[in-house]
Write a protein that binds this ligand. Structure first.
Ligand code: SAM
Length: 352
């Protein structure tokens, strides 16, 4: 018998992650959907994603735009190009614009602050940033310019795995949880998350990750499958070296990702949880809907112009070029409608 779904504790989360019984899992999906409805309602918030740069100084061994990833032409969008995407998002009715990119010192503090100010002035949308590890000065300047939220996945709670997959830059120590807490002090809503099935991630680690979302009361939590990029070290022998023994290694499949999302909804009832792009790439026909029916309440349609999307190549299929901004907006709205849900109005923050 799986543990009761009432008042889950950390060890219950761990037990549910390996539950295989179909009837029991139907109960998990139902409960995650109920908790989602009771705590964040039927609205699905749309956040327009703009991938502003694929330059990156980091050597994350899983990521196709990392400095160490195979050859890739690099781009950095201009102020006007980013603003044009933000206006498109406003015209679709999106309440939030998300600016995401590699960790790129070429995106200066003043440039990002100027873009944030212009988006807020012109569109009134909330602005979420996801630009990697940055100094407290930069983060504060962007917050003062009007940035509302920041996404920074901690990727894993296992410190030795973290150091292997996300090496320090020379002379610095990467401390993503520390940055998240500093940003919360600055008044940002903070978002984090992990990939499911990264080599070396065990069932115990994933349970710890989910329990950490709960412990830090995160405002947004993104969970997607790890999708190997052939241009990265982790897709090669390093992946084999880091992998846990088969009985302990978490698979990077849809079922496990959906379990992690549903359990996260149960332990973080009123947080914002996207149905991630990686999930919809893994299962193009129903991944996004499955996420929305198992705890999630956010979708992030991609507004990046196609010529840049192909270069924001963090994993295969990511560009999804058949989905232009227009078709994606129409398809996502039709999907939400078909599920009997409604498109969220306004910024859709946890506190707004
Ligand atoms: N540079 C910022 C950062 O590191 O937070 C934002 C961009 S980074 C590409 C965004 C997220 O993509 C990462 O936090 C990671 O979880 C996810 N990601 C990177 N490579 C991936 C892969 N191969 N499969 C699935 N997700 C991946």
């Amino acid at each position: 018998m799986p543990p009761s779904l009432d008042r889950l504790r950390r060890d219950d989360v761990r037990a549910w992650l390996t539950e295989q019984d179909g009837a029991a899992l139907d109960g998990l999906w139902r409960r995650a959907d109920e908790v989602r409805r009771d705590h964040v309602g039927d609205e699905v918030h749309l956040r327009g994603l703009v991938e502003v740069t694929n330059h990156c100084v980091r050597h994350c061994v899983y990521c196709g735009i990392a400095a160490c990833a195979g050859p890739l032409p690099r781009y950095r969008m201009t102020h006007d190009e980013i603003l044009a995407c933000a206006r498109q998002g406003r015209d679709f009715g999106f309440g939030t614009i998300v600016l995401q990119g590699g960790e790129d010192p070429g995106l200066t503090s003043a440039f990002v602050a100027g873009v944030v100010r212009a988006i807020k002035d012109e569109t009134g949308a909330a602005v979420t940033l996801s630009l990697g590890e940055r100094s407290a000065e930069d983060l504060w300047a962007w917050r003062q310019a009007g940035a509302d939220r920041y996404l920074l996945r901690f990727e894993t709670t296992n410190p030795s795995l973290y150091r292997r997959i996300h090496p320090n830059l020379p002379g610095t120590v990467s401390d993503r949880l520390g940055q998240l807490l500093r940003m919360r002090e600055m008044g940002y809503e903070i978002g984090t998350g992990v990939m499911v099935g990264i080599p070396g991630q065990t069932w115990e680690t994933l349970a710890d990750d989910i329990w950490t979302f709960h412990g830090y009361d995160m405002d947004m939590i993104g969970i997607g499958p790890y999708l190997p990029s052939p241009r990265t070290p982790l897709a090669g022998p390093l992946g084999t070296e880091l992998a846990a023994p088969p009985s302990e290694q978490v698979p990077n499949d849809e079922l496990t990702t959906l379990k992690a999302m549903a359990l996260t909804r149960l332990v973080c009832p009123n947080t914002n949880i996207p149905s991630t792009t990686a999930l919809s790439i893994l299962d193009p026909s129903s991944g996004r809907a499955n996420g929305l029916c198992r705890g999630s309440n956010v979708v992030m349609p991609n507004l990046t112009p196609p010529e840049y999307r192909v270069l924001y190549d963090i994993y295969p299929g990511k560009a999804a070029l058949h989905e232009t901004a227009d078709t994606l907006a129409v398809n996502v709205i039709a999907l939400i409608d078909g599920l009997g849900r409604t498109v969220g109005k306004g910024p859709g923050g946890r506190r707004s």
